[in-house]
Design a protein around this ligand. Structure first.
Ligand code: C5P
Length: 294
């Protein structure tokens, strides 16, 4: 038996735009993605001689193929023909669940990277992303992470100049949002404001952190019920008042985050929000998770 530890980093949406509903029911997206140091840990044990087994520190999570990590393991073996000789996955979650940070997708991507390493295979990043797309829309991005533009269903990825390193305060309100429901609501409402994605990309190109932070916006904020929207706005305002350069909601929420270029300000914002919201974290941005795009 062999043991491999892999980490799954959370993602944030520096911007999120929904362009069109497609005939297959999915939506055309344009999103600028960023990984942060908040992460889950997965321990993969190969050669157990037993069928896939999974356990996690959160009792309410599924441990069958309804968990994206298990689904990714099955997809990896099916698509590559690899046989780990039995596999067990132990998942220690830190990333809040149903929070808009692609926690489940990050776990799935970590399993793809981890099995590739554990079995000594040289499956390319592009192929891992293709297998990831069979598991979920955010999984391809989570394979490589870093700063990237995600288009199509989320699987068309363009690496971007890295966001200048900064502190991030994340805050997840107690409510969760159903992703399919929020897409449906958005289909039925007029999008009043869209992110300036081109301006954000230009700011990234220039290494202009305040310029990026100023342009962060997520169209899903508009589709939230009024009471939820107000809570999101209150957290954004608190982050800005404590010195964030900008604040936005991530994915379909409900996590709100602020970017900080001063550690002291980030600590102050964290201290102010933590007593109000149990799931508040002070983390940092990270670069790419795979060394090079091969
Ligand atoms: O691909 P994934 O399983 O993560 O998507 C979950 C749900 O989110 C889909 O069933 C769909 O309702 C919605 N979705 C979408 N357009 C996307 C991604 C997800 O409509 N680009």
């Amino acid at each position: 038996m062999a043991v491999t530890e892999v980490f799954a980093c959370a993602k944030l949406n520096l911007s999120l735009d929904v362009l069109d509903k497609r005939p297959d029911g999915y939506h055309e997206m344009k999103m600028v993605m960023q990984t942060v140091t908040l992460r889950d840990k997965l321990t993969l044990e190969t050669g157990t001689g037993a069928p896939l087994r999974m356990q996690s520190n959160l009792g309410f999570l599924p441990t069958d193929e309804h968990n994206l990590a298990a689904a990714a393991a099955l997809a990896f073996c099916r698509e590559t023909g690899a046989d780990p000789g039995g596999l067990s996955i132990r998942l220690e979650k830190q990333i809040p669940v149903c929070a808009g940070m692609a926690g489940g997708s990050a776990d799935a991507a970590a399993v793809l990277r981890g099995l590739n390493e554990a079995l000594g295979l040289q499956v390319s990043q592009q192929r891992l992303e293709e297998i990831g797309a069979l598991v979920g829309s955010d999984v391809p991005y989570c394979v490589g992470g870093g700063t990237a533009l995600a288009e199509g269903r989320g699987e068309i990825l363009t690496p971007l100049p890295p966001l200048p390193h900064c502190q991030v305060v994340l805050c997840k309100p107690a409510f969760s949002v159903s992703t399919p429901e929020l897409f449906k609501t958005l289909d039925g409402c007029r999008i009043r404001r869209r992110p300036d994605t081109a301006g954000l990309l230009a700011a990234l190109e220039a290494g202009d952190l305040p310029g990026v932070a100023r342009r962060m916006y997520n169209v899903f904020e508009d589709a939230l019920p009024q009471r939820r929207y107000q809570e999101i706005c209150a957290i954004k305002t608190a982050l800005i008042q404590h010195g964030a350069l900008g604040a936005s909601m991530s994915g379909t929420g409900s996590t709100v985050f602020g970017l900080f270029d001063r550690q002291a300000a980030a600590e102050e914002a964290f201290a102010a929000l933590k007593p109000l919201y149990r799931e508040t974290f002070l983390v940092e941005t990270t670069g790419r998770l795979m060394k090079k795009k091969v």
